[in-house]
Design a binder for this molecule. Sequence first.
Ligand SMILES: C[S@@+](CC[C@H](N)C(=O)[O-])C[C@H]1O[C@@H](n2cnc3c(N)ncnc32)[C@H](O)[C@@H]1O
Length: 272
Amino acid sequence: MLSMLEPFASFGPDCHLYHCDHWRLLEALPDRSVDWLITDQPYSSGGLMRSDRAADPRLKYHHKTSRQDHETFSGDNRDGRSYLRWVEGWLERSLRLLKPGGGVVLFTDWRQLSATADALQCAGLVWRGLVPWDKTESCRPEQGAFASQCEYLVWGTVGKRRPDYLPCLKGLFRHRVDHRDKHHLTGKPTPLMLEVVEICPPGGTVLDLFSGSFTTAEACLRTGRRFVGCERSEHYCQVGAERLDRVLAELGADRSALAELRSFGGWSAPCV
Ligand SMILES: C[S@@+](CC[C@H](N)C(=O)[O-])C[C@H]1O[C@@H](n2cnc3c(N)ncnc32)[C@H](O)[C@@H]1O
């Protein structure tokens, strides 16, 4: 727990959800307390024209055939240059928190891909690559056009990669969006996040600055990574807390017993 911030909810000693703006959490976390920043920031995308991009996310991202009606969210209406400066700003601020050899994974769509990769490099990280997330043929069809079937993970490290964590991870993820597993207007599939968090060694700490419905937190809980994350919308903090309660019930654990579920290997990163 952080002395300056009260968590909205905690799940054991190593999983904390904060209801706050990302700048506040960035300020409150101690130096070198995070192994990987894995986040799905608002893309400020969803249209060719400035007026399209400034529209309410519910109009931009709600699939007309979807049976679900998720609450909207804020912070998704920056234009191209301010988006780049904004991402660069919080990435630069995150450097203080990241351990050497740790890094950053950022989601993006094709429109914001170049801005996102530029921001990562401008902030001083070493750009390591691009991993497509193939949403499968179940994605939104487009007549007379190639389907926008993929989103992307741009990733980079603080200097050299750690030499002592050596699993071989996939360079392409293929997961459909399943409405039964979607808790946010732009929620990511849990099976996708279970694979993404593998970049962080077991027992390491993952930070998610734009947590939405806390899919990254669920992946960390299920795989023995520590988690700290924030979300500005109280509604989605509540959605996330209820979701993680269900995960614990499914795992047969209560919040205090959670630590015993883990079998951490080597790289310990107590942070909050
Ligand atoms: C793309 S969504 C994340 C969805 C998430 N990956 C999931 O699976 O549910 C981005 C989230 O960032 C939140 N957000 C926007 N600006 C923020 C800020 N300045 N600080 C914290 N959260 C913010 C929004 O409310 C939104 O829920």
